[in-house]
Ligand binder design. Structure first.
Ligand SMILES: O=P(O)(O)OC[C@H]1O[C@H](OP(=O)(O)OP(=O)(O)O)[C@H](O)[C@@H]1O
Ligand SMILES: O=C(O)c1cc(=O)[nH]c(=O)[nH]1
Length: 469
């Protein structure tokens, strides 16, 4: 069984993303020099932790240094301890190795043949050839240090543009499949976690830093969990091994993780939808950067042109789904599209939800029926408006007036993009309308940046414009 197969099976069996770090630092060994005594105490310690927690964890992560510090006795104890890990639980050796090819091969031999690891943590500093030897053995996995949880991590890992840790994620994911490569991203850095997750939606992330290092578990889960509720391994060492009752401590941590996991998976599903939506809007030219004049007369360095969406069926489908999902949360009699940009999507949403549609015209024709509103309706009915973008809110307010003059009630508006430039407040203030947005402009900017689709100066320029607009 490969590392990831074992891991998935253990996650299912024990309903747990908790990984216990085996980091022995034994008070009782202070001043002890007899190797036999050291070895026997270390093994007894590991055995106790494993016996107490093996039904609660998805993985064990012995840290090589904590055993190595006890010399040969420590290394013998490590070998005996890992043999006590039950067959169905993977063993991820935290060794943070990294060296030139032939030496890396020797390290890989040690990790797999001496320490019987299923996976190992590695430093990417020496590049691909320092990692490859660890991937040659079938079923083994390498966790690449990407953004670590220590206080000085940013000194090096935030260097450059994109930041070094982003470059590492982007580059090292090409060194093997998602069934071979994972990443180490500290739970203390939710922004870095989100950036790595955006670049590597499938990969497993080992997220140290929960517990003694003060990582925010909820933020880490929200940023790093995949929509399927997996994709994160949460190693905790001191929080379990230093507890008076390690089993109880592990159960409490596992349950705490699982409570937050449910919410985080829902959040992650929404984020993954937004990531795909935003990437597709950008790639199809529906999000543009430059100098634009808006309907309100304002100028803007960003323009969302949703009139193009109809030419890209997969994107059109995503847009329709976004509107439909919000429409399902509102009660109404009619869907009213605001002309013109929102009309095609409104028509498809209406057909999808099997709801009647109308639309107020921008200008009344001097021929034909001369209607201000097209479609069938009865005064007194409630219409929910669908619009593409809101900036000042002027277009929506005008359309709402036309509907209201015909005796319709309007309380809610759904937009694909809220540009967060006062429209929401204006709609509420002057027309008592509640705005529901599929995505906001700041979310768009953040997701574009996280996915490396725009550079930092563009992101900063547009963000600054929004702050003063
Ligand atoms: O909140 P506001 O400040 O009113 O700005 C947003 C409106 O501006 C655009 O409409 P535009 O007048 O370009 O019309 P179109 O949909 O007919 O293309 C956009 O489609 C919104 O309707
Ligand atoms: O305010 C506008 O006119 C406007 C902004 C935007 O981003 N996209 C659009 O179609 N209109």
């Amino acid at each position: 069984m490969s590392f990831f197969e074992k891991l998935e099976a253990a996650i299912e069996r024990n309903n747990s993303l908790l990984c216990v770090g085996l980091d022995p630092q034994l008070e009782s060994l202070k001043g002890v020099s007899d190797p036999a005594e050291i070895e026997s105490q270390l093994v007894a310690w590991g055995q106790r932790i494993i016996e107490q927690t093996h039904e609660v964890v998805c993985c064990y992560k012995p840290n090589f240094a904590f055993y190595e510090q006890y010399g040969l006795a420590g290394l013998r104890a490590l070998q005996r301890t890992v043999s006590l890990i039950p067959e169905g639980i993977p063993h991820l050796l935290d060794a943070k190795r990294g060296d030139i090819g032939s030496t890396a091969q020797a390290y890989a031999n040690a990790a797999y043949q001496q320490w019987h690891a299923d996976a190992v943590t590695l430093s990417p500093y020496l590049g691909e050839d320092s990692i490859k030897p660890f991937l040659k053995t079938e079923g083994k996995a390498a966790f690449i240090l990407c953004h670590t949880s220590n206080p000085s991590a940013a000194q090096v890992q935030h260097h450059g543009q994109p930041a070094l840790y982003e470059l590492i994620a982007e580059t090292s994911k090409t060194w093997g499949g998602a069934d071979q490569i994972g990443f180490v991203v500290g739970a203390t850095q939710p922004e870095a976690m989100a950036a790595v997750r955006a670049r590597c939606p499938e990969h497993w992330i080992l997220a140290p830093g929960v517990g003694a290092q003060g990582g925010d578990l909820e933020a880490a889960l929200k940023a790093g969990l995949r929509p399927d509720g997996k994709g994160l391994i949460l190693p905790v060492s001191r929080g379990v091994i230093a507890a008076a009752d390690p089993r109880q401590a592990a159960i409490e941590l596992r349950d705490q993780i699982n409570t937050l996991r449910q919410q985080a998976a829902t959040f992650s599903k929404a984020r993954s939808y937004k990531e795909k939506l935003v990437a597709s809007l950008f790639e199809t030219g529906c999000i543009k950067f430059g100098q634009f004049t808006l309907a309100s007369g304002k100028s803007s360095p960003i323009y969302i042109d949703l009139r193009r969406v109809i030419s890209f069926p997969a994107l059109f489908e995503m847009v329709v789904n976004g509107y439909a999902q919000l429409a399902r949360t509102i009660s109404y009699d009619l869907l009213a599209g605001v002309p013109y940009a929102a009309l095609p999507a409104t028509a498809v949403v209406a057909a999808r939800l099997q709801q009647p549609m109308i639309y107020p015209r921008k200008e009344v024709k001097q021929y034909g029926t001369g209607q201000a509103i097209e479609g069938a309706y009865t005064p007194g009915q409630t219409a929910v408006m669908l619009e593409d973008v809101v900036t000042s809110g002027g277009s929506i307010i005008k359309a709402a007036e036309t509907l209201q003059q015909a005796g319709l009630q309007v309380r809610d508006v759904i937009v694909l993009v809220d540009r967060e430039q006062g429209g929401r407040e204006e709609l509420h203030r002057s027309a008592n309308l509640t705005l529901h947005a599929v995505v906001t402009i700041r979310e768009i900017l953040t997701l574009l940046r996280e996915q490396n689709l725009i550079d930092a100066p563009t992101y900063q320029e547009v963000w600054a414009y929004l702050e003063q607009a």
